[in-house]
Design a protein around this ligand. Structure first.
Ligand code: S3P
Length: 192
């Protein structure tokens, strides 16, 4: 499964704990992109520009998606790429983590490693990104609020949403009209 959402939504922190809970490997796409490029994301933006980073992001996520069952956290812009989004939708289950604006700003202020927010007015940048991206993040299979407080509470919410989503998917396949092709076998909860 793949975590998507804006910077500060908690994709890495929640993803790591979700993976532990589900006994799956945890993979952070940004870390993998940095390893593949042998430089940090701020360096990539500074030396080669955003387009270079986006190209690496698309290629690395394509590779990671073929790695089998895992919890994959993606950077905030990954799901905005049409090709990446289509692959995630086809090969995995997507979870949108969203949070209040003030909570997002408080979280992103703790680290200075996000080139897009290196601006005299990071709040305005964040508002513009949210306006552009939220309708796209909303295309994820599941949406969960990433509240402040213990991470386990958010992980619990993700697990119950996953459960509900998979039960609904199984229910739909049970209600297939007679004679319809049997393409929708029962989903494997940990297999996506
Ligand atoms: C970005 C988000 C970052 C990182 C890069 C660009 C974005 O990841 O991929 O700085 O476009 O929103 P996080 O969402 O993990 O901060």
């Amino acid at each position: 499964m793949v975590l998507v959402g804006i910077m500060g939504a908690g994709k890495s922190a929640i993803g790591r704990r979700l993976a532990e809970r589900l006994n799956l490997p945890f993979v952070d796409a940004d870390t993998e992109i940095e390893a593949a490029a042998n430089m940090t994301i701020p360096e990539m933006f500074e030396i080669h520009g955003e387009a270079y980073f986006r190209d690496g992001e698309r290629r690395v996520i394509t590779r990671l998606l073929s790695d089998g069952p895992q919890v994959l956290s993606t950077g905030g812009g990954a799901f905005m790429n049409d090709e990446t989004r289509s692959r995630i939708k086809a090969d995995s289950l997507s979870i949108w983590l969203y949070a209040d604006f003030d909570i997002l700003m408080e979280r992103v202020r703790r680290k200075a490693n996000r080139p897009l927010l290196k601006s005299p007015d990071p709040e305005a940048v964040m508002r513009a990104l949210l306006e552009e991206r939220n309708p796209v993040y909303a295309q994820a299979d599941i949406s969960v609020e990433s509240r402040d407080g213990p991470h386990d509470v958010v992980v619990d919410a993700v697990v119950s949403s996953l459960h509900a989503h998979l039960l609904a998917a199984a229910g739909n396949s049970l209600h297939r009209p007679q004679g319809a092709a049997d393409t929708a076998s029962a989903p494997e909860p940990t297999g996506k």
